[in-house]
Design a protein around this ligand. Structure first.
Ligand SMILES: [Mg+2]
Length: 231
């Protein structure tokens, strides 16, 4: 069975979230002297670990997005023995810088262009609604894609089946004709497979090897995805 609808994940599949996060944290670190009691590397590493754990709690509905956004900076500062007094201001500053550093993942813009000329396409993304909408506008994704699903609108995050069921309705084609392209094995590939979709795993650094890889194709260069889709 051939795919007729292709959904893409957004962060770290089309938009280089990790680089934007790193650049924004660098300027944030430079802007607040209280942060410079620790090195940028130490700050970034601690922030990423704490942010990751908070996202997992958000995914399990244990905290809401406001608590996530508030806590990730205060908890990072406390864990590094920094005074968290200005953590809200620092968090808001980071978000402003983050929004000015969004760029395409290498090869992704051309790939989306080619794929969208031959297939119906859409976006499924976890994340904060306003931020993800701004990303969609900034990358002009509406000129390529017809369907957009932000997990906050569903009330559940990938890999929850509700997200994939809603997206299946939006695509309006049988499940086995949908291909999902994403970088997260647990959220995108397993979520897609459990929904009866086909999946393409963008494993960029090609470092994650799994004993049982359920993706239909694993690629680290978008050219390989284009070959797979014959575009
Ligand atoms: Mg992603």
């Amino acid at each position: 069975m051939k795919s007729t609808f292709v959904f893409f994940d957004l962060d770290n599949t089309l938009l280089d979230h990790s680089s934007a996060e790193k650049s924004a944290q660098k300027i944030t670190h430079e802007s607040f002297p209280e942060l410079q009691q620790v090195s940028l590397d130490e700050w970034l590493e601690t922030y990423r670990a704490i942010n990751h754990r908070l996202w997992e709690r958000y995914q399990r509905d244990e905290i809401d997005r406001y608590e996530l956004q508030k806590t990730r900076f205060s908890a990072t500062m406390k864990s590094l023995n920094l005074n968290p007094e200005k953590s809200s201001e620092i968090g808001a500053t980071y978000m402003e810088f983050y929004r000015t550093h969004w760029q395409w993942v290498t090869g992704a813009k051309q790939a989306l262009t080619n794929v969208s000329e031959k297939y119906k396409t859409g976006i499924i993304t976890n994340g904060f609604k306003e931020t993800q909408q701004l990303k969609i506008e900034q990358l002009k994704l509406k000129s390529y894609c017809s369907e957009f699903l932000i997990s906050e609108d569903v009330g559940k995050m990938k890999p929850h089946p509700l997200v994939f069921d809603r997206a299946t309705e939006m695509a309006g084609v049988p499940r086995d004709q949908i291909l999902y392209v994403g970088d997260s094995y647990s959220s995108d590939i397993l979520g897609g497979k459990n929904a009866g979709w086909r999946t393409a795993w963008y494993n960029a650094p090609a470092v994650d090897q799994l004993p049982e890889n359920r993706a239909d194709i694993t690629f680290s260069r978008f050219d390989d995805l284009l070959d797979f889709l014959d575009v």
